[in-house]
Ligand binder design. Structure first.
Ligand code: X90
Length: 278
């Protein structure tokens, strides 16, 4: 019996899976005062509080190939899920790790998937992989199902600030300009190329909630899954859940907290949603 393992970088906000082996490769958030490694030891609330008052420079870095090798462990078949290559070097580092792993361990196999997304959309794929593996599907049977599944899912967000995106050169100056205005929320999505695409500017959180919900409904949320990841904004996450439960009672909604990487970019109050278009 070959052993199968799911590996993801820490932007998926998951630390373990209930039914199958899983490991995460941590990204890092670095400041001139402190470095935060986005693994299970990270106190996320403490990191978010730190950024409340920190005014200096900060940056993020992806796991290196060694970090991915550590996450691979010694499994025979590995499916490795990464954040969009449009914004991060994770996918590249994972591909290098795959080459090293397969060369050092003849017969072992790694499949690296660039999700062109992050956070709760990665979570949906990982949940689906867990389901397929527990149902007894083989590595060969699972691989061709991944890209079609990703076509049926999407990522949307509500953010109050794109300060850290701009500071890290991960949005264009034109987009950076619309942010930071008091009370303005940006509702947007992961583009087809895996970059941040703002769609609407909303005044206030209530308006952003309505806008996000309409977007989800118009883009295929009917009876599938909705996964909400928030950065210290349980009230907004609960309000969205309640609204979806009332309007689209068949949708399966779950809420979780952002880990370090997503908290850093989404910033306090930010909300990410992954949804199935079915
Ligand atoms: O390699 C690195 O240093 C990591 C860079 C990651 C940059 C993007 C993080 C996104 C976190 C924020 C809102 C969703 C935007 C969706 C765009 C695909 C989540």
């Amino acid at each position: 019996m070959r052993t199968m393992k799911i590996v993801a970088d820490s932007s998926a906000n998951l630390l373990s899976l209930a039914k199958i082996p899983f490991a995460n490769a941590p990204l890092k958030i670095t400041t001139s005062e402190q470095e935060f490694t986005d693994d299970s030891n990270l106190d996320v609330d403490n990191m978010v509080s730190f950024f409340d008052t920190y005014k200096g420079k900060s940056k993020t870095s992806c796991p290196n190939s060694g970090d991915f090798l550590t996450a691979f462990g010694d499994a025979d078949d590995i499916i490795c899920i990464t954040i969009t290559s449009g914004l991060s070097g994770c996918y590249n580092a994972a591909c290098v790790a795959k080459q090293m792993y397969e060369t050092a361990n003849p017969g072992k196999r790694v499949c690296v998937i660039d999700t062109l997304s992050t956070g709760p959309e990665m979570q949906l794929l990982i949940e689906k992989l867990e389901e397929w593996v527990s149902d007894g599907l083989s590595y060969e049977e699972i691989l061709p199902r991944i890209e079609p599944y990703l076509k049926q899912t999407g990522l949307a967000f509500v953010l109050a600030s794109l300060k850290n995106f701009a500071a890290n050169g991960r949005v264009s100056p034109a987009i950076a300009k619309i942010t930071g205005l008091l009370g303005i929320r940006i509702v947007g999505k992961a583009s087809d190329k895996g970059t941040l695409e703002p769609l609407y500017k909303c005044r206030g959180e209530q308006k952003s909630l309505e806008t996000l919900f309409s977007y989800l409904k118009e883009n295929g949320l009917v009876r599938g899954k909705l996964r909400i990841a928030h950065c210290q904004n349980e009230p907004l996450a609960q309000a969205l859940k309640q609204h979806v439960n009332e309007q689209l009672p068949q949708v399966d909604v779950k809420i979780l907290k952002c880990r370090g990487l997503c908290s850093y970019y989404a910033e306090k109050g930010g909300l990410l949603v992954g949804f199935e278009k079915l």
